[in-house]
Design a protein around this ligand. Structure first.
Ligand SMILES: [Zn+2]
Length: 299
């Protein structure tokens, strides 16, 4: 397994498996936040959990996702290092705690938290990630988004037009995709795991078809120069997003045919329907058999 893949495995497994606060803190001590410059004002930050996007400039700092609470200090230090400040806004791409764990710390610093309507609902009321039996208690009030949207919204900051739009029933029921129009940069949230079978939160309304539809929306915006920040995995280009789409379409076709022939998830797994995809896509966080079980109700 390559270093990059191990990193993603750690990032995603950490998101799901670490349940005690002590465990989270111990595991976060060694995390370093790595900034990758995409343009003068836009960076990708990778640490542990979902990749962060940051837009900096004279109008203030705009941030996408905030990983885990114990990392907030390191993330804010990294933002300062690249010329930013305490963000004016943080946009949550979806409700998962490896993307929203810093909300409470940021809310306490006066950052305005923004999300799709359904993300606010899950954070405010609490939720369960059924695939992992992970219970997420209701968030503190200060961690709950104060501005929400249903279909789309636009931020006008630092000379950039930041178009945020919802794609229905993809990774969850509340995914946002962010398009920096001038810079030709897309933040995909968890509709894109670059190089791996993606976790799809079927219990929260996610579907494989919805992820494919989200990918199609991004492909329509992308050209050969577009930089794409995936929810997990290394920075991507359009060709990698196309490869990911092909994998999803093949999986959807084969699994939906097994499903319509009446096979249960366990029976479907036993036929090894995606055996030829294992090497390229299955050595990250989710091995092929496990991935099939997770998405089967969502094909
Ligand atoms: Zn997620």
């Amino acid at each position: 397994m390559s270093f990059a893949r191990k990193n993603v495995l750690n990032a995603v497994a950490g998101a799901i498996l670490l349940t005690t606060p002590l465990g989270v803190h111990a595991a976060m001590d060694d995390v370093k936040i790595k900034a990758t410059k995409l343009t003068d004002g836009i960076h990708m930050l990778a640490g542990k959990g979902g990749n962060i996007g940051v837009l900096t400039g004279p109008d203030g700092t705009f941030m996408i996702d905030d990983q885990f609470a114990p990392l907030t200090g390191k993330i804010l230090a990294a933002i300062k290092e690249i010329g930013g400040e305490i963000p004016r806004f943080v946009l949550n791409t979806h409700y998962h705690h490896d993307h929203t764990g810093g909300n409470e710390n940021l809310g306490n610093k006066g950052v305005t938290i923004v999300s799709h309507d359904n993300v606010r609902k899950k954070l405010a009321e609490g939720a369960t990630i059924k695939a992992f039996n992970k219970v997420i208690p209701p968030a503190a009030k200060v961690a709950v988004p104060v501005i929400t949207f249903g279909e789309e919204m636009t931020f006008h900051l630092n000379g950039e037009t930041v178009h945020v739009f919802h794609s229905a029933n993809a990774h969850t029921d509340g995914d946002s995709i962010i398009h920096f129009r001038k810079a030709n940069i897309i933040h995909a949230g968890d509709t894109f795991f670059n190089g791996f079978f993606p976790f799809i939160d079927v219990g929260a309304g996610g579907t494989v078809k919805g992820v494919i539809a989200a990918v199609d929306k991004m492909l329509a915006l992308a050209d050969g120069n577009t930089k794409i920040i995936p929810g997990h995995g290394p920075l991507a280009d359009k060709a990698q997003l196309i490869a990911y789409r092909e994998m999803l379409v093949t999986a959807q076709t084969r699994l939906s045919s097994l499903k319509s022939s009446g096979k249960s998830a366990a029976d479907a797994v036993a036929t090894k329907p995606l055996a030829d995809m294992e090497v390229q896509w299955g050595d990250g966080f989710l091995p092929t058999d496990k991935w099939i079980k997770i998405v089967y109700d969502g094909v």
